[in-house]
Design a protein around this ligand. Sequence first.
Ligand code: F63
Length: 411
Amino acid sequence: AYRKFGMPLPEALGAIIANAGAGSSAAGLATELSDILGDGGEAGSTSKGKEKGKPKLRPSPAPTGLPSAAPPATGVPKFSNSTGGAGSVANTPEAGDVEYLAPVTIGGQTVNMDFDSGSSDLWVFNTQLSLNTLSGHMAYNPAQSSTFQLLPGSTFSISYGDGSGAAGNVGTDTVNIGGATVTGQAIELATDVSTSFVTDTQSTGLIGLAFSKLNTVKPVQQKTFFDNALATLPEPVFTADLRHNAAGTYEFGAIDSTKFSGPLAWTPVNTTSGFWQFTSQAFAVGGGAPSTSVPGGQAIADTGTTLMLADQSVVDGYYSQVQGAVNNATVGGVTFPCSATLPDLQIDVGGTMATVRGDDINFAPVDQTGTTCFGGLQATTVQPQIYGDIFFKSNFVAFNGGNNSLGVAPH
Ligand SMILES: CNCc1ccc(Oc2cccnc2)o1
């Protein structure tokens, strides 16, 4: 679900400086950038003929409507980069459960972001982007944050499994998610975003919750919010409670057992890939006999992927039990009559069979008449398999960064 590409530093910074109509040495570039970002850098610039100081980029008249930040946790030593409280925020599915957004407060500015357990960069729409790009979006304005600090010379560049991506420069600020607070969190400021992010106006960016080894910031890799918060959270966990067309919850530092039924089934995570990766070698359809030899036999828990992308053997086995299911090349995946009754899928998670409800595998109609529907379970030819939001809608998942394990239970 994740591919890195590197953007050469000068090109990245050059793009920013181009906006300010000046170019100069690397040091100069950093100065220019700090002028643009208004982080108290020296007014004036090395470029000729410009009046003192740089024009401050103003946020587009995007609906910011930024409510005030949650009250900071109190009584915590100043030196820690996390202030130790647990935090809980409601998440909201976009139309069609395409992605799940939740509020994040950065330097006192609250924006809605896509929580992604399949990547490890926290990047935001911000006032360096053109007004066209920002149109309709909320935007983080580093110049309005008294706690923002630029990381001179740092850049990021990331691409995702659906071909989308973003790139830009980097600073740090205080991040508060429902009360869980980290100071000095790397905030990646996009200066380039792909089209599908521009059109996705409800999202102000992504907050990566996979392992920090996947973070794309150069020259010094940065840590995720969860990594920074770990040491001081009451429990070293975050949990995902995603629902179909209804509000759910992301929680840091605690496991709310009212959110799921029965005990959590825990499985060890292999962190080598940087993902929350676990063994998944078997499946069954509608309570039938399990198949126990899924090639590769690995999967990742990825809240940033809409669907559930499994090995072809799982997809074929499942849809062989669905009347009228066809591989629809035009649409790009398996479709079936919207009137079909979809069986539940039982899928192996580290030795325990988890259930994905058949209802949740009916993802969306592909036509105006609602005759033909697109499957939430689709095939991937790459490994590991990617268990995205379709899986999470039937399963509450706890991510334990203390002992690198996943807890799963039906909800
Ligand atoms: C829909 N394209 C924009 C977009 C929203 C979220 C993401 O990020 C992704 C995409 C696929 C997998 N993981 C994260 O891209």
